[in-house]
Write a protein that binds this ligand. Structure first.
Ligand code: FAD
Length: 516
């Protein structure tokens, strides 16, 4: 072969220009690798999903006549890491060219660029391609996201709406407003629980993969699923998108932030669950957006607030997060603006806690490798923010547990949005909340062991005292922030005695954090 082309596990874009014609002098490489399976302790469903999707992608390419070498863990085990595997194959097949798509993750970007450097010295021609997946061209990231600077998502999103002419009427937003967030954010009422749709789940047989994971002693977390419910082919991704447009989109925005523990479908609600398919590039963001907009145009039960909310997530947030990551790496990885140092409590790995909201979000994550945005941000994320858990520890957890967790998207969400560790590159203020927020958006507090209404009793919701403790700790700068200044009025209005007892309570909780 003249050329060896590498396809990473999150580069499964069958519409890439690489595949428009078959070239007998090109060999494609897709490999299950230990280095990818153990750079963090992953959820077992996450490894299964990536490996299964890679296997399917390899056979799809083969079916189309491409030359492909697909290595499973057994076959790749003798190579120390990705560069040594590639170097060996280049030699074995006497390739003169090595080509790859730009990795979305800094770690792999560095590794492949350094490999390309040494291959070039050995007169192998190396070439990097775009992944042809995102809407914002990579080269435009710098101008849209000045490093170290706060960039408001809203304005970026509006530029993207105009640029791609999505939900626009001439140069005005369709529906008269850019943002319908205010009409969204409803709590699920009891009679609405029965209407939550059955989630579409697949049954991909991954028993061979599970055996390999066990045989290679790869440490994992979470519930294994021999019949994996996540989509692992482009066709399954399309089916999931169709299903979402038909059954979930009409309520998507409305219940986007809601949480419940009283439905068999509490874990899925009206969310698309497309993040794995998107992040592995089985489906393109443009296709998802276009199809959702078509559904909106054809189905009168879907109103503007729902479709705008959905388009905002993908055209806005997802592209924005990627921009923040690439503009700020590698510095971003080291940020810890609030100097948080505490260890992650053990119950994050078991769900064994009496806090109903945390138990529900963590157990669900262990069962499905999935939680929706508000569970990640306002339940587990908020807890870690208030308790001052070290960002590195928090990130290990998020990066491992979620089906869609790849560093470029996990890191800014965790460090920036949830923990404010980036000192406001993403958020204008920390997303800190007391138990009151959870009570407003969910039914968790109803039967919780802890009492959401009190702060300092033995059974008071821990979030309440932790919340005030957090504000007290960071008063010197938060009291100056125009978005948080107001809150300190309530704090100042409390008696000295009350303030002290809240701080004592928080201290006690933090000292016994594993007992919650
Ligand atoms: P839906 O609610 O149906 O939304 C549709 C799509 O919008 C998602 O599939 C996703 O592609 C995109 N989207 C929505 N919000 C965001 C966001 N904040 N950033 C980027 N894309 C977004 N998302 C990941 O894909 N990988 C991660 O590792 C990840 N880690 C997160 C960690 C924390 C602490 C937080 C607060 C959020 C994280 N998110 C992550 C963002 C978001 O929670 C998930 O994208 C979403 O829950 C995936 O479920 P869904 O496909 O059902 O999304």
């Amino acid at each position: 072969y003249r050329t060896l082309r590498l396809i990473l596990g999150d580069q499964l874009n069958i519409n890439h220009s690489w595949y428009t014609s078959v070239d007998d002098s090109t060999l494609y490489l897709i490999a299950e690798l230990k280095q990818e399976a153990d750079y963090v302790v992953h959820h077992i469903q996450k490894i299964s999903a990536f490996f299964a999707a890679m296997e399917q992608f390899a056979s799809q390419l083969q079916g189309a006549g491409h030359h492909v070498v697909h290595l499973n863990l057994d076959q790749s085990a003798k190579y120390e890491n990705l560069p040594s595997l590639i170097s060996a194959l280049v030699k074995q097949y006497q390739c003169t060219h090595f080509e790859f798509q730009r990795p979305d993750e800094y770690r792999l970007y560095e590794q492949l660029h350094s490999l390309a450097g040494s291959l070039s010295q050995a007169n192998i021609h190396c070439r990097e391609y775009d992944t042809e997946h995102f809407l914002l061209p990579f080269k435009e990231i710098q101008e849209n996201f000045p490093p170290g600077k706060h960039v408001l998502m809203e304005y970026f999103y509006r530029r993207m709406r105009k640029r791609f002419d999505l939900l626009m009427v001439d140069d005005k937003p369709h529906g008269g407003k850019w943002n319908f967030d205010k009409s969204n954010r409803n709590k699920l009422k009891t009679h609405e629980l029965e209407q939550i749709p059955n989630p579409l789940c697949f049954a991909n047989n991954v028993s061979g993969i599970l055996n390999r994971i066990a045989a290679h002693q790869i440490r994992t977390i979470g519930q294994a699923q021999p019949q994996l419910l996540w989509p692992v082919t482009a066709i399954q991704a399309k089916l999931l998108l169709n299903y979402f447009c038909q059954h979930c989109l009409h309520q998507f925005g409305c219940f986007q932030d809601a949480m419940t523990e009283n439905s068999p479908h509490s874990w899925s609600l009206y969310h698309s669950r497309l993040s794995f398919a998107l992040n592995s590039k089985l489906i393109s963001p443009k296709e998802v957006i276009d199809q959702a907009i078509t559904a909106y145009e054809q189905d009168s039960t879907i109103d503007i607030a729902q479709i705008e909310g959905f388009v905002r997530q993908i055209l806005g947030w997802r592209e924005y997060i990627r921009g923040i990551y690439w503009a700020n790496m590698p510095h971003y990885k080291k940020t810890n603006a609030l100097k948080a140092t505490r260890d992650l409590p053990a119950f994050f790995w078991t769900g064994n806690t009496q806090m109903a909201c945390m138990k529900s979000a963590i157990t669900q994550s262990l069962d499905y490798a999935y939680a929706h945005h508000i569970q990640r941000l306002m339940v587990t994320g908020n807890f870690c923010l208030l308790a001052g858990i070290a960002p590195d520890e928090v990130e290990q957890w998020y990066l491992g547990i979620y089906i869609d967790a790849i560093e470029w998207v996990e890191m800014p969400n965790t460090r920036g949005m949830a923990l404010f560790a980036d000192n406001g590159i993403i958020a204008t203020k920390p997303y800190a909340a007391s138990g009151n927020y959870i009570n407003k958006m969910s039914d968790h507090c109803k039967h919780c062991f802890y009492d959401v209404k009190t702060k300092t009793e033995s059974n008071s919701c821990p979030l309440n005292s932790l919340y005030w403790n957090f504000l007290h700790q960071h008063e010197s700068w938060l009291a100056k922030n125009h978005r948080t200044r107001m809150i300190y009025r309530s704090w100042d209005n409390m008696s000295e005695e009350e303030r002290e007892s809240i701080l004592d309570k928080a201290k006690n909780i933090l000292a016994n954090i594993n007992m919650l």
